[in-house]
Ligand binder design. Structure first.
Ligand SMILES: Nc1nc2c(ncn2[C@@H]2O[C@H](COP(=O)(O)OP(=O)(O)OP(=O)(O)O)[C@@H](O)[C@H]2O)c(=O)[nH]1
Length: 368
């Protein structure tokens, strides 16, 4: 195994679904099992909030970050260089967190570049779903067919789908999510999770330490060479009933209206197989500590409906102005204590964001 290619686990999923939460769990799981993991993180915006969270969990030379664009399209040319640098460190596994709007297929294609061919091998694609909202995406984004297509491909290309945020959904919604996933990818493992709390070895299984020997294997699939247009199931995947949700039927009869033009699961003629790019980001570095209440601050994001899909950053809303990590995902806010001591900032992610207008509105809010 020593000279063989390094397995890559691709983590995909829409904005705010829980990818970084999973990445942190996998890093922990790898460490516990004696595996050296390296990380490639991609943020669509200029600010790398998640990279900061992960950098505390991994040595800097084992972490590559790409910001301000998507590795599956605008930053595609950087993928091979980043992987090459990580390969030099000879990790046991490379964990790659994509942006929320990346098409994993495009990543797999980019992994076949001559510079890295044979040095890395796709091991598994894991897609994290925000189970609370995933079944609504077709209607929410019905005017954005590329985005709908990308989100669909995230499910179709996955070996494992985590139905995350299970704590926020009813049994009825869980059944809808299951039906949707099974309709698009009947062979994947579908695992309901809360904060991506699964046995990390379900995802890391089959990965072998390059220095020690083997690690426990609960479900093995050897790393497969990169292949394009891979239909699930990928070669060698075993599907266990284990923790996976099972469904009796594949509901073929209810494709979403937004997908009706893609019979047979393929994009319509002329439809580019690439990532959705109308998603934009705006970063704001407030000059002063905001004097508006936390509630007014939150309304700045939640009042925009779908125009703001995700926001995150650090703001001094803790006791005595202490900095808190702020996350807005799936229309919900979360505030957590943070050891960040720099200046406050946040990034907003949405469709066709009007940057100038948002900055003006922010300034107006600050003048109140
Ligand atoms: N209630 C609930 N919240 C969750 C769960 N998993 C993650 N979250 C929260 O959802 C937010 C987004 O989680 P992340 O792990 O940052 O999501 P992400 O997919 O990496 O986000 P982006 O990289 O910005 O696309 C955070 O506030 C998490 O704490 C879950 O199972 N239940």
């Amino acid at each position: 195994m020593e000279n063989s290619s390094i397995p890559v686990i691709v983590i995909s999923g829409f904005l705010g679904s829980g990818k970084t939460t999973l990445l942190l769990r996998l890093l922990n799981g790898a460490r516990t099992n004696g595996l050296r993991a390296s990380v490639l993180m991609n943020e669509i915006g200029a600010i790398d909030v998640d990279g900061r969270l992960v950098s505390g969990e991994t040595a800097s030379q084992m972490l590559e970050r790409v910001t301000e664009g998507c590795l599956c399209c605008t930053k595609k040319s950087e993928l091979a260089h980043c992987l090459e640098r990580l390969v030099l460190r000879q990790p046991d596994v490379i964990l790659m967190e994509l942006t929320g709007v990346a098409n994993p297929e495009e990543i797999v294609e980019a992994m076949s570049e001559p510079a890295i061919l044979g040095k890395v091998a796709l091991h598994r694609i894991v897609t994290v779903l925000d189970a609370e909202h995933a079944t609504d995406y077709n209607s929410i984004f019905s005017t954005d067919r590329e985005l709908v297509h990308t989100l669909r491909r995230q499910i179709e290309a996955a070996d494992i789908v985590l139905g995350n945020k299970a704590d926020l959904i009813s049994a009825k919604t869980a059944a809808k999510v299951e039906g949707m996933v099974r309709g698009r990818n009947p062979h994947c493992q579908l695992i309901p999770t809360e904060r991506c709390a699964i046995d990390p070895m379900l995802i890391l299984s089959g990965i072998v330490s390059r220095t020690v020997q083997t690690v426990p294997v609960s479900r093995v699939r050897a790393s497969v060479p990169v292949q394009l247009n891979r239909k699930a199931p990928a070669a060698g995947v075993k599907h266990s009933s284990g923790t996976a949700v099972q469904t009796s039927e594949w509901n073929r009869d209810s494709p979403s209206s937004a997908l009706a033009d893609h019979p047979g699961g393929e994009p319509a003629a002329g439809s580019p197989s690439r990532s959705y790019t109308r998603i934009q980001t705006v970063a704001i570095y407030p000059d002063t500590a905001p004097h508006v209440s936390r509630r007014s601050f939150e309304a700045f994001f939640s009042g925009r409906g779908q125009a703001c899909l995700r926001a995150k950053g650090y703001m001094p809303y803790g006791d005595n102005g202490a900095m808190l990590l702020f996350q807005y995902a799936g229309k919900r806010f979360e505030w957590q204590p943070a050891d960040y001591t720099g200046t406050p900032y946040f990034v907003m992610i949405g469709i066709d964001l009007a940057e100038d207008q948002i900055i003006r509105e922010w300034q107006k809010l600050m003048r109140r």
